[in-house]
Every structure is written in structure tokens, then in C-alpha cells.
Write a protein that binds this ligand. Structure first.
Ligand code: ADP
Ligand code: MG
Length: 431
């Protein structure tokens, strides 16, 4: 599939789709489609996530995809799906990511029902390690849910999908509603202003769903769910011991604490992660071995069976979806004549090649990454205002403001509707 022209590939030039052979489709999300690709020179397999530019403009998601590209460049961690290359052609934007052949946790939940506590415990530790890293990089993921947690072939859990992720600042809280409703922390829905603590709440919802095969707060509509998340107490099944230990229950209760300041994992600096490391649920866990991926998961995905929904393959086969092909770029596109959104992508969705680039941080902008050493005890001072939205429980939503806020190195005005979230983060960045 995806055979391309017989012309030799210039591996010394900038990376593009011609550097890869295209293999099977493995996933589809709200924005992207994902397939396996093989680097023609190194023969390494990767996941290619690609997003049609036209669709991206229609969904007003230009700023999100640029933000996703920038944040991914700042990230490199064993329990996160890392970016290896980014580039575009005339029709699509491409992310080449570490390939996770074990499937996403939504797939496993649907296939197996509830998952054993022993498996969930290791994933919890791995995801906690990933979240602590994101906090240290000043990133809020905002969309942690089973669909965005991927297993590799050995069964290790990885956080993916930075489409609605943002930088946070200690001095300001965010108020824009972004993420998937069923996993949103009460402080997001109550519009009290929120920060990185929301990811630890979402982790609590995910772990609960994995252990009990239902979510802690449900409601037939968005209002009811909002009320349940903000007000309702946790209700564990009466036959709890059939599902998990008291230690697991205590861990879930700690994460699903409505007050973010009291939430497990949320004390400032490294004390939050110390609380996780020292929690009785993880008694006996060797955290150094965990960080270096030396703990063998007991849940090993069955590699003989496909760990993804085969209908993604069929969509292209049946021509429901336009098949992806290698296509040469128009020579020297005239930026002046381009639609502003296309021009924005052209200028800001820049090429990334992990073998050549030093990873950069956009917080503050364009500084090489160093571990941040800020005072995290300072109380966030200001709450930013934003508008309302409706949403579906497990679908990613992003609230958008009507007033656009230019991205930092922008030379053209952005599309008037831009994600409020990026608006928030840029403003806090500039302080
Ligand atoms: N690196 C990867 N390896 C394997 N499958 C992946 C990878 N990245 C994404 N997928 C699959 O594709 C789906 C959609 O990808 P995601 O990044 O979540 O896109 P979206 O932003 O559109 O939700 C995931 O739920 C997963 O099943
Ligand atoms: Mg997703």
C-alpha cells in the first residue's frame, strides 16, 4: 500500500512524506488519522498522525495543531508518546510519533471490560511519572482519557494527544473549558479557574473506569454530568473487594478530591510526586526501575491479534476516506496570495527532525529546555474569563474565543476564532 514514485529519496534534505513507506491505518481521533509508517533508510517503524489542512481550517483548529506541534517538541519522556518528525505537504500536516503497537486503553476497556488491579497499578505509576514530567515542563495536558493512553508492545502506558494541551503559569489560572467532559475536574466545570491539578483528577477518572468499567460521575446530559462532578460524593461498589484493594480505593479517593489543593499528587514542587511515591498502593514498587522502564508489565498486549479497530483500515479501502498518498509540494508557494490560515500553517507548523534538532522550549519562547526552578508556592493571582460551551462526555472539546490573540512570532493576523486556551497561555507567558 502507498507505493510511491521510483525517484530516489533525498535523505539529506528536509524530512517529508517521501522518507516513509505507508502501512496500515491504526487509529482515528477527533482531528487526526493515524497509520504505521516505515522510515525508508533506517527501517524504523513509527506512527504517522496526519491532519487535513482543509478540515483543520473548517474546525477552526489551526492554533491547536500549531500548539500541539510546539509542545511536542518540548517533550521527551519514557511514558509519553514522543515526537520524532513534523512536516507538511500541500494538503496535510504530519506528526511522526513513537509507534505504540499495544492499542489504546479505550480499545482494551471495550474488549476486556474491567481490568485487573495489578495491571492498572503499574499503568497508574507510569502515568503518574508522565504527568509529573509534564508538570515540570509547565504543561497541562487537559485531555487525559483512555483513548489518549497508548500501550507499547510490552504493555507500558504512554500519554498521547497534545491537541488541547497548554502551558501554565503559576501566576494565572485558566478558565477556558477544554478536554472531554467526563474526565474534566470540578474546578474546570465550576469555572473557578484551574491549573495543572486537573490532569491528576482526570487520572483518577481513568483509573476508576479501568477498575470498575464505569465512570465515577455520569449523567444523561451535560448539565447533570456537570452537577455530578461538582457536587456528588464518590460511590464505591458495595462489593469493592471483588474489584480492588483498600489501598487502590484510597488512591482513587485522593485523586478524585474536589479541592485541587488537597488532591493527591498536587502539592507543590516535588512534594506532590513524593505523596504518590509514598502511597501504600505503591508499596514495594521500585520507582527507579519504573523510570528506566525496567519493570515488565504483566499485561502484555496480544501481538498476534490487531490491537486496534480494523475499521480504520476499511474506511480507506472502501473509499469512505480519501487514501493518503505521497505528493510533491507546489514549488515556492506565494505566501502573500495564500489564505491566512494556510499561510499561518506554512509559517508556524515548522519542520522537526529529532535526529537534527535540539529540542526547544516555547516557555519562555525559543529557549533550550532546562528544568524549571520557579517558585511554585505562589498563589495564582488572576482568573481569566471565557464563554460557555456544550459538550459530549468522551469527545474532546475546545472552547474558542471570538477575539483572536496573535501567536508570539506571528506576522499575519490569525483567524478571528482561535482557541481560547492558547489565548490564555500566551497571555500568561508574557508576564
Ligand atoms: N503513536 C501511536 N501509535 C499507535 N496508535 C496511535 C498513535 N497515536 C495515536 N494512535 C491511535 O490513533 C488515535 C487518535 O490519535 P490522537 O493522537 O488521539 O488523535 P486526535 O487528536 O484526533 O484524538 C488514538 O486514540 C490511537 O488509537
Ligand atoms: Mg485523541
Amino acid at each position: 500500500m502507498g507505493a510511491c514514485c521510483s525517484e530516489p529519496v533525498n535523505f539529506d534534505g528536509e524530512v517529508d512524506l517521501f522518507h516513509f513507506d505507508l502501512h496500515r491505518a491504526v487509529g482515528k481521533g477527533a482531528f487526526g488519522k493515524v497509520r504505521v509508517v516505515e522510515h525508508k533508510r533506517t527501517k524504523k517503524l513509527y506512527a504517522l498522525k496526519y491532519i487535513e489542512k482543509a478540515k483543520c481550517i473548517k474546525q477552526k483548529a489551526i492554533a491547536n495543531i500549531i500548539q500541539e506541534r510546539r509542545l511536542l517538541e518540548e517533550i521527551d519522556h519514557p511514558y509519553i508518546v514522543n515526537l520524532r518528525y513534523a512536516f507538511q505537504d500541500d494538503e496535510n500536516c504530519f506528526f511522526v510519533l513513537d509507534l505504540m503497537l499495544g492499542g489504546d486503553l479505550r480499545f482494551h476497556l471495550e474488549r476486556r471490560g474491567r481490568l485487573e488491579e495489578e495491571h492498572v497499578r503499574l499503568w497508574a505509576a507510569e502515568l503518574a511519572s508522565g504527568l509529573d514530567y509534564l508538570r515540570s515542563q509547565r504543561i497541562i495536558h487537559r485531555d487525559l482519557k483512555p483513548d489518549n493512553i497508548l500501550l507499547d508492545a510490552q504493555g507500558h502506558a504512554h500519554i498521547t494527544d497534545f491537541n488541547v494541551a497548554i502551558h501554565y503559569s503559576e501566576r494565572r489560572l485558566h478558565t477556558s473549558v477544554a478536554g472531554s467532559m467526563a474526565y474534566m475536574a470540578p474546578e474546570i466545570l465550576a469555572r473557578q479557574g484551574y491549573s495543572w491539578h486537573v490532569d491528576w483528577w482526570s487520572l483518577g477518572v481513568v483509573l476508576w473506569e479501568l477498575i470498575f468499567h464505569r465512570r465515577p460521575f455520569d449523567g444523561r446530559n451535560a448539565d447533570r454530568m456537570t452537577q455530578a462532578i461538582i457536587n456528588d460524593a464518590l460511590r464505591y461498589p458495595q462489593n469493592l473487594s471483588e474489584y480492588c484493594t483498600e489501598e487502590a480505593k484510597d488512591f482513587l479517593t485522593g485523586l478524585l478530591e474536589k479541592n485541587p489543593k488537597l488532591r493527591l499528587g498536587c502539592r507543590s514542587r516535588s512534594r506532590g510526586i513524593d505523596d504518590i511515591h509514598e502511597h501504600p498502593w505503591f508499596a514495594g514498587l521500585d520507582w527507579d526501575a519504573l523510570e528506566s522502564k525496567e519493570i515488565q508489565p504483566a499485561f502484555v498486549p496480544d501481538m498476534k491479534k490487531a490491537n486496534f479497530d480494523v475499521s480504520h483500515e476499511l474506511d480507506e479501502f472502501l473509499m469512505v476516506e480519501k487514501p493518503l498518498t505521497h505528493s510533491k509540494r507546489k514549488a515556492n508557494p506565494d505566501l502573500e496570495k495564500m489564505k491566512p490560515e494556510l499561510r499561518q500553517l506554512e509559517e508556524q507548523f515548522t519542520v522537526y527532525d529529532f535526529s537534527k534538532n535540539q529540542r526547544m522550549s516555547y516557555y519562555p519562547h525559543n529557549q533550550p529546555i532546562t528544568t524549571s526552578n520557579h517558585n511554585e508556592d505562589g498563589e495564582p493571582a488572576t482568573v481569566l474569563q471565557s464563554t460557555t460551551n456544550t459538550m459530549l462526555p468522551t469527545t474532546t472539546m475546545v472552547e474558542r474565543s471570538s477575539a483572536g490573540s496573535p501567536l508570539p512570532d506571528e506576522r499575519i493576523p490569525p483567524h478571528p476564532t482561535i482557541s481560547m486556551d492558547i489565548h490564555d497561555s500566551r497571555r500568561s507567558d508574557s508576564r
